[in-house]
Design a protein around this ligand. Sequence first.
Ligand SMILES: [Zn+2]
Length: 311
Amino acid sequence: MSLREIAPRTYAYVQGDGGWGLSNAGFVAGNGDALLVDTFFDLPHTRRLLDALPGRPSTVVNTHFNGDHCWGNELVADARIVAHKLCREQMLTGPAPAVLAALAQGDGGGVPAVEYMKRAFERFDFTGITLTPPTEVFEDTLVLDVGGREVHLFHYGPAHTLGDAVAWVPDERVLFTGDLLFLDVCPLIWDGTATRWLAALDAMAALDPAVVVPGHGPVAGADGLHTLAGYFRLLLEQGQALHDQGVPVEEAMVRLDLGEYAAWVDIERTALNVQQVYNELDGVDTPVNVVDAFGAMAAAAAPHPLGGGCC
Ligand SMILES: [Zn+2]
């Protein structure tokens, strides 16, 4: 975990390999003012982030509602907290920190989906978190002034979630993507489609960023956006072919040839993504059942009896 100045007065805080819950944050310093992009999954991780920053933010942006981007908000509750309106809605209606705290303390009961979640989140402490929602929301775009520096927020969801937003710092051409970009780590299509996500990647590339800070994974240039686009194109092409052949979605997961992406962290999340490709092809638009999704990922992570597969 480290803080790095990626452009003058513009920082990225990158956590580990970007696997489950290990999200990144951004920091933009202006004259006598500063902005933080995202807090972390629990209070200890967020405290470490805040201690590492070169200043105290007066504004915090949550890129989306997943806990690894906003469950540390109470530690910056004196700041103005800004997010897309659907981010706020999903934060208030989504899984509560207490649910994950209970799950972490339980024994898993031998249920593969629950055992998998316990393993995925075991490094975090979900106790004592008070959900602290954004104090201010926007719809399509919002321009913030950070001590004389502009930070533009754009809503490019739904892709990963409904309220996906990015923070664009035009003076240094730095883009904080939230979870619209995963690098070296498998993405998750929770609320959008692969096609919509490709459109979001196009929109981000059109900004012509010099530096891109993903929600998970290492800092990159604009090429990082093309790398993730390649994963979704592969998924759409192969998913379409398997769907056309009538291959059941559980088997599709095993038959995919993920090429270079097979080595990405948490690649078993592809089980959810290929389900979403099938849903897109079938015109199914029902929300994902999170427990089912974790069950599919748990199955994909386990050694496959046929010896083939994704990971
Ligand atoms: Zn995340």
